[in-house]
Design a protein around this ligand. Structure first.
Ligand code: MG
Length: 456
């Protein structure tokens, strides 16, 4: 798929992602869905209104009436799709910088479209075979108000409100001027928390920080936690399907630790959990201790959502899944990442003990990341060399080799992964272990083999 990457269509608005392209994608989606009603939502980006109008026109051209949801978080929009039984186009670039925008497609079950469906939409964009409804059959658009309010009520009803409220917690919230600004403050208040905020006015100029919730962008949140003596700091990305936490001392909690702590609370023997090939040793260990199976997919939430659906269809229980970037799935709630719901579930744990103690059992791991640059033939040579090394290592040490997205070796106590970057001319090498030297040694062995092949 050239048009749809691992997280939908993405690009700089009005350069790569133009209103014309948005309309073509919407017309193709409306054609594939063959539906008489669809919805469109967007995040707070300055280019969101322009692109959402284009999407609404494109859908209406295929004969679909269009629910225009306005600015709502991605999970709130997915809530509407499932509740109303309508497919959905979301205009969002998630965590990307201000100038970007994107398009994400969601089915009438509230779940993002699987790869096969995206391929059909992409083929329709390419061959220009979109439906053109006749003059008396084009769709009408209507504004739908109150989606965010109804969504908050749904989340409150889906978690243990009493347990959270009884703990008298203070939440410091940084929705980063994104769509979560409109729902997360109310959610935490309705859960009985005292709420203090920073960067919480919706603003597509993102004056306070960039949309990506990484520690470099979250200095304000750490200071707010300390200044207000908060029990938990919560940050979202631009469309609020992710949540990153700060503990009660104002220190960032790695997203891998959040996922592992949530999994530790939910996994039971015989369960399955799903993550991507860069999964942390923390989740590997939690799954193994719980007697649960860990299934890996290529990197990207679309792949994880698809695998969850397959496993559940086959009768597996998948209580929790996701990636270490703050994007967590609780499939019995919805097969969708949801930053607010994830934060509420984490607050259930923080109700019993401080956040630092919640993640203490999944702490003490060391990561190494190396980037190896090269042109395309050099990257190919590097990956071929890594493939040879990985097979030798598997045969020599009995490590598990996973080759669905790059090459990952699991040694039981540690792992190493080499894969081509999806966005830059790099081969990335990751390693993780309880011991820093062990992680470094694994990463450097792979790096040395790759560089020898690159440099001849
Ligand atoms: Mg996002």
């Amino acid at each position: 798929m050239d048009l749809f990457g691992s997280s939908g269509v993405r690009g700089v608005a009005n350069e790569t992602l133009t209103p014309e392209l948005a309309m073509r994608v919407a017309r193709a989606a409306g054609t594939v869905w063959n539906t008489d009603r669809a919805a469109v939502a967007r995040d707070t980006r300055t280019t969101g209104g322009m692109l959402a109008d284009s999407v609404a026109s494109g859908l209406a051209a295929t004969g679909a009436d269009v629910d225009c949801l306005g600015v709502v978080s991605t999970p709130a929009a997915q809530f509407h799709a499932e509740r109303a039984g309508v497919p959905l186009v979301i205009v969002t670039a998630s965590h990307n910088p201000r100038e970007y925008n994107g398009i994400k497609l969601v089915g009438d079950d509230g779940v993002e479209l699987p790869v096969e469906a995206l391929e059909r939409v992409e083929a329709t964009v390419d061959d220009g075979g979109a439906t053109a409804a006749s003059w008396d059959a084009v769709g009408q658009t209507r504004q739908v108000e109150g989606v965010g309010r109804d969504y908050v009520a749904e989340v409150v009803a889906a978690v243990d409100r009493e347990r959270i409220a009884d703990a008298d917690l203070t939440v410091a919230l940084d929705p980063g001027h994104g769509a979560g600004s409109l729902t997360s403050p109310d959610l935490f208040r309705e859960l009985g928390c005292r709420v203090v905020t920073v960067n919480a006015q919706p603003d597509g100029h993102f004056p306070g920080r960039e949309p990506e919730p990484v520690p470099e962008n979250l200095g304000d949140l750490g200071r707010l936690v300390r200044a207000t003596d908060a029990d938990l700091g919560v940050a979202h990305d631009g469309d609020a399907d992710r949540a990153i936490f700060y503990d009660e001392t104002g220190a960032p909690i790695p997203g891998d630790a959040t996922l592992a702590a949530l999994a530790r609370a939910d996994l039971e023997p015989g369960d399955t959990t799903v993550s991507a090939v860069n999964v942390s040793q923390r989740l590997v260990d939690v799954a193994s201790e719980a007697g649960a199976e860990l299934v890996l997919t290529p990197i990207g939430s679309t792949r994880i959502a698809g695998r969850i659906q397959e496993l559940r269809a086959a009768g597996e229980r998948v209580p929790v899944a996701g990636e270490g970037n703050g994007g967590v799935f609780f499939p019995s709630y919805r097969v969708a990442r949801d930053g607010a719901y994830t934060a509420a579930r984490f607050l259930e744990l923080v109700a019993d003990r401080p956040a630092s103690e919640v993640v203490e059992p999944v702490s003490g791991y060391h990561n190494v990341r190396l980037n190896l640059s090269g042109d395309e033939p050099e990257r190919e040579r590097m990956l071929d060399a890594v493939a040879d090394l990985a097979e030798r290592e598997r045969d020599r040490s009995g490590a598990d080799l996973t080759t669905i997205d790059g090459y990952r070796l699991d040694y039981g106590d540690a792992w190493v992964l080499a894969r081509p970057s999806g966005t830059e001319p790099l081969v990335r090498v990751y390693a993780e272990a309880g011991d820093q030297d062990r992680a470094r040694e694994l990463a450097e062995r792979v790096r040395d083999a790759a560089l020898e092949a690159r440099d001849g």
